[in-house]
Design a protein around this ligand. Structure first.
Ligand SMILES: Cc1cc2nc3c(=O)[nH]c(=O)nc-3n(C[C@H](O)[C@H](O)[C@H](O)COP(=O)(O)O)c2cc1C
Length: 225
């Protein structure tokens, strides 16, 4: 099996041409509930990373249903430094005519980084945040004061895995490795397991379960009068 690891890609304009050529196909797919997301990162040797992201948004934004700005890859040197508050001041993105933009962050951030990211993202784009482990995204959920939709990912292979992320605050769940090992049927398996678990825990929908762990914690720590 062959994986492209670490953002290997042809140049932006090639991707743009390819997406343009299948624009009509994609618009039908989008209508059928299969949106196209494009993941953007800075170039390995770039000296102006923010410009790279802005260029990516400008070029591929009109061809995508949503974009993911990736500031988490351990592969591209310096990418993680972008998560600092100053580097995230991407004011120009605010004015772009663009689809929703999610920001994908790393699992091992300092408390200050998390605070900065939550503040800056809420300022410049309130579309959403992609977060790996449940501890970090529980914290991000609190820091973002419930205002940012959160996508949980890494290690989802069962309904229980999905529910853990949902209860911690995710309103969407992404998976990849389980698809590689178990194939597409894993999606239905997860949905059935999730349905059974939600019902057993008294939820009537996924939306009701989003952030349930925070509500339990809040109730537990609330001072008794
Ligand atoms: C082989 C492989 C390469 C990946 N490369 C990247 C990458 O370059 N940048 C990135 O943000 N995520 C990358 N990911 C993460 C996926 O986009 C996805 O978020 C993650 O795999 C989901 O977690 P799961 O595989 O445990 O389901 C990669 C994942 C795999 C398995």
């Amino acid at each position: 099996m062959y994986f492209r690891y670490g953002f290997n890609s042809c140049v932006l304009t090639s991707v743009q041409e390819r997406l343009k050529a299948r624009k009509h196909v994609q618009s039908e797919l989008t209508k059928a509930g299969k949106p196209l997301g494009v993941n953007l990162a800075k170039n390995k040797l770039s000296t102006d990373a923010v410009l790279d992201y802005v260029e990516g948004v400008r070029t591929l934004g009109p061809l995508a249903d949503f974009l993911v700005l990736n500031v988490s890859s351990p592969i591209t040197p310096g990418l993680r430094d972008l998560q600092g508050k100053e580097e995230l001041q991407w004011d120009s993105l605010r004015s772009e005519n663009r689809p929703p933009v999610l920001v994908k962050i790393a699992p091992d951030l300092s408390t200050q980084d998390k605070q900065d990211i939550a503040e800056v993202i809420m300022e410049f784009c309130d579309d959403g945040l992609m977060v790996t482990n449940t501890t970090v995204f529980s914290e991000m959920c609190t820091l973002a004061r419930g205002k940012l939709p959160i996508v949980g990912f890494v290690g989802v292979a069962s309904g229980q895995d999905a529910l853990d992320k949902i209860r911690a605050g995710a309103s969407l769940v992404q998976l990849y490795t389980a698809l590689v090992y178990q194939g597409l049927p894993v999606v239905n398996k997860i949905k059935i397991e999730l349905y059974i678990l939600l019902k057993a825990q008294g939820f009537t929908s996924v939306a009701e379960a989003v952030g349930a762990d925070h509500r339990v914690t809040e109730k537990t720590v609330k001072p008794q009068n």
